[in-house]
Design a protein around this ligand. Structure first.
Ligand code: BES
Ligand code: ZN
Length: 576
C-alpha cells in the first residue's frame, strides 16, 4: 500500500465536492477482538462528472466494496493508499455504495475515531476521526442523514447510544443485543457519535417553548452518577436560555450527555449525544469549588449551544472553525454572565484573552482567526480561533447593539439552517439584517496580530470641546509584514471629576457630525466610536468641564490600548 506524506491544505483551493452523500446506514458489530463495520451510502454524483471518488480512511482494513450490489475490483476499479480509497469510475448519476471494513478500537490509542475507554466503546470524530472508523468523504460540506445499528454483547455493553432517536432495540441469540438509531438531521461525519458500555443515567425532562417534551439523560459509570445533579441543572438552564435570548428551540425529543474519564478533549457536541470528559460534568459540594461549578455551566452550555451554531448551521471547511467555535464561545460567555456575575465573567475572559491570546498573536505561532492553510487541523484549536474569534463576534454586538445583533443572528439561521457555510456568510447576515456599513471589519478574520490603539486627548475649556485622536497599528506577524487599518469599535464614556458620567450629545468623526440620544431624548453616557482609519480624530461638543475619559469600556475590542491619560486620572477610576 502506498504511503502518503502530510500535505498542506489551503483555503484558496477549496472546491465543492463532486459527490454528495444523501443517506448513510452504518452497521457496527462490536466484538472484543475487532469491530466489523458495514456502511451503505446513497451517493449523488453532483454534476454527472466522471471524476474519481476519493474516500478518506486511516488504519481501516478493507474487506469488500460494492456499487449497486456489484463487487468492485481492486486495480482497475479502485486503489488503496495509506490514507485514501479511490474509486476510479463511479456511476455518473446516483448509486449505492457499500463498504465492509474492520477496525480494532481496543488498539486505537489515537483517542480519535472509535476507541475503548475503561471498558466502554466511545467515539471522537472532530476534527478528522471519522476516517478511522470507515472509508468516507471526511469533509464538512458532505452532509447526510445517518441511521446507525449497533450490535454488542448485552452484559458487557448494556447501553448502546448514537445520534438521533432510538427506533428499534431487541435481544439476539448468544447473549447479544442491538439498537438502531436514526438522526433525522443531516450532518457532516465529524458530528457522528457512538457509545457502548456499562453506564447508568440520571433522567430528567425539559419542556420546550412550544410545549414539546424532551427526555434528558446524563450517562456515567455507576460510581459517578450522584455527581450529575449540577450538570442536569446546567443543561436545563442552557436550553431555556437559548430559547429566551436567541429564540432557539431544541429540535429532537431526546438529548444525551455521556461523561467518561478518559476523553481527549474537554467535551464534544455530537448531535444529541454530547460526550464529556468527566472532570467537566461531575461536581459535588464535598469536592468542587465555586469555579468548578461555574466551569460545568459554561461547558454544558457551550456544547448544547453548538446544536444551532455548529450542527444545524455547520462549517463549510475547517478554515471556518471560528464560525462555530468563536460564536459558541461568545454564546457560552453570555450564558455564564446571565447565570452569574456579568462583570466577574467579563474580567476573567478578558484576562485570559490578554494573557494567552495576546501572547500567541505576538509570537511565532500568530495566525489569523480564519487560518489560510494547515497541515494537521488538530493544531488549529487555538485561543486565537476560540477566544479572539469570540471577541470578533462580540464586536458585531457592540457595533450593532443587542437588538441589531439578534436580527443578524436570526437572519443567519433563516438563511443557512441545514447548510455548511463560511465566516463571510455570518458577516453578510450581520450586515444585511442591519443595513450596516461594516466595510473593513472583515479583516479581523484575515489579519493576525493584536492592533495597538494609541489615543491622545485634549480639552478646550473655552470652546467646551473634547478631542480624541486615535491611531491604529497592527504589528507584523509571520507571513504578514504589512497590515491595513480595520474597523475597531471603541466604547467610551466621559466622566466628570466628581465621578459622574457626562451626557454625550454629539460627536464629530472627522467627516460628519452625529447627534446622540438615549431613549429619553438625553445624551448618552457610553458611545461606540468607529475607528476605521489609520489615524482619526473625534470631537465632542458641549462638554462643560474637563472630563476623564473612560476608554475601551467592556473591553470593546481586542486591542492593546496606549493612551496619554495620566496615572492620576487612571487612579481616579480605581478609587471612584
Ligand atoms: N468542538 C469542540 C471539541 C473539539 C476540540 C474537538 C478540539 C476536536 C478538537 C468543543 O465544542 C469544544 O470546543 N470543547 C472545548 C471546551 C469548550 C467549553 C471551549 C474543549 O474540549 O476544550
Ligand atoms: Zn466548541
Amino acid at each position: 500500500m502506498a504511503k502518503e506524506s502530510p500535505k498542506e491544505i489551503f483555503l484558496k483551493d477549496y472546491k465543492l465536492p463532486d459527490y454528495y452523500f444523501d443517506t448513510v446506514n452504518l452497521d457496527f458489530i462490536l466484538k472484543e477482538e475487532h469491530t466489523l463495520m458495514h456502511s451503505k451510502i446513497h451517493v449523488i454524483n453532483r454534476q454527472g462528472t466522471l471524476s474519481p471518488l476519493r474516500l478518506d480512511g486511516v488504519d481501516v482494513k478493507l474487506l469488500s466494496i460494492r456499487i449497486n450490489s456489484k463487487v468492485v475490483k481492486e486495480g482497475e476499479e479502485y486503489s488503496l493508499s495509506s490514507k485514501h480509497l479511490i474509486l476510479h469510475h463511479p456511476p455518473a448519476t446516483q448509486f449505492v455504495l457499500e463498504i465492509t471494513t474492520e477496525i480494532e478500537p481496543q488498539n486505537n490509542t489515537a483517542l480519535e475515531g472509535l476507541y475503548k475507554t475503561t471498558g466502554n466503546f466511545c467515539t471522537q470524530c472532530e476534527a478528522e476521526g471519522f476516517r478511522r472508523i470507515t472509508f468516507y468523504q471526511d469533509c464538512r460540506d458532505v452532509m447526510a442523514k445517518f441511521t446507525t445499528r449497533i450490535e454488542a454483547d448485552k452484559s458487557l455493553y448494556p447501553v448502546l447510544l448514537s445520534n438521533g432517536n432510538l427506533i428499534e432495540q431487541a435481544d439476539l441469540p448468544d447473549g447479544r443485543h442491538y439498537a438502531v438509531w436514526n438522526d433525522p438531521f443531516k450532518k457532516p461525519c465529524y458530528l457522528f457519535a457512538l457509545v457502548a458500555g456499562q453506564l447508568v443515567s440520571r433522567d430528567d425532562e425539559f419542556v420546550t417553548c412550544s410545549g414539546r417534551k424532551v427526555a434528558l439523560h446524563i450517562w456515567t459509570p455507576t460510581q459517578d452518577i450522584s455527581k450529575t445533579a449540577h450538570a442536569t441543572y446546567s443543561l436545563k438552564a442552557a436550553m431555556k436560555w437559548d430559547e429566551e435570548v436567541f429564540g432557539r428551540e431544541y429540535d429532537l425529543d431526546l438529548f444525551n450527555i455521556v461523561a467518561v474519564p478518559d476523553f481527549n478533549m474537554g467535551a464534544m457536541e455530537n448531535k444529541s449525544l454530547n460526550i464529556f470528559n468527566s472532570r467537566l460534568v461531575l461536581a459535588s459540594p464535598e469536592t468542587a469549588t465555586d469555579a468548578d461549578y461555574a466551569a460545568v455551566i459554561g461547558v454544558i452550555g457551550h456544547e448544547y449551544f453548538h446544536n444551532w451554531t455548529g450542527n444545524r448551521v455547520t462549517c463549510r471547511d475547517w478554515f471556518q472553525l471560528s464560525l462555530k467555535e468563536g460564536l459558541t464561545v461568545f454564546r457560552d460567555q453570555e450564558f455564564s454572565s446571565d447565570m452569574g456575575s456579568r462583570a466577574v465573567k467579563r474580567i476573567a475572559d478578558v484576562l485570559r484573552l490578554r494573557i494567552s491570546q495576546f501572547s500567541q498573536d505576538a509570537g511565532p505561532m500568530a495566525h489569523r482567526v480564519r487560518p489560510h492553510s494547515y497541515i494537521k487541523m488538530d493544531n488549529f484549536y487555538t485561543v486565537t480561533v476560540y477566544e479572539k474569534g469570540a471577541e470578533v463576534v462580540r464586536m458585531y454586538e457592540t457595533l450593532l447593539g443587542k437588538k441589531g445583533f439578534r436580527k443578524g443572528m436570526d437572519l443567519y439561521f433563516e438563511r443557512h439552517d441545514g447548510q455548511a457555510v463560511t465566516c463571510d456568510d455570518f458577516y453578510a447576515a450581520m450586515r444585511d439584517a442591519n443595513n450596516a456599513n461594516l466595510a473593513n471589519f472583515k479583516m479581523w478574520y484575515s489579519q493576525a496580530g493584536t492592533p495597538v490603539l494609541t489615543v491622545s486627548t485634549s480639552y478646550d475649556a473655552a470652546a467646551r470641546t473634547f478631542r480624541l485622536k486615535c491611531r491604529q497599528e497592527i504589528p507584523p506577524t509571520p507571513g504578514q509584514p504589512t497590515k491595513e487599518p480595520m474597523l475597531i469599535p471603541l466604547a467610551l464614556g466621559l466622566v466628570s471629576p466628581k465621578g459622574k458620567d457626562l451626557a454625550i450629545t454629539s460627536v464629530h468623526d472627522g467627516e460628519s457630525l452625529k447627534f446622540l440620544k438615549d431613549e429619553h431624548g438625553n445624551g448618552v453616557t457610553t458611545v461606540v466610536l468607529r475607528v476605521e482609519k489609520a489615524e482619526q480624530e473625534f470631537v465632542f461638543a458641549d462638554i462643560p468641564e474637563r472630563p476623564i475619559p473612560s476608554l475601551l469600556r467592556n473591553f470593546s475590542a481586542p486591542v492593546r490600548l496606549v493612551s496619554d491619560i495620566s496615572d492620576e486620572d487612571l487612579l481616579f477610576f480605581t478609587c471612584s
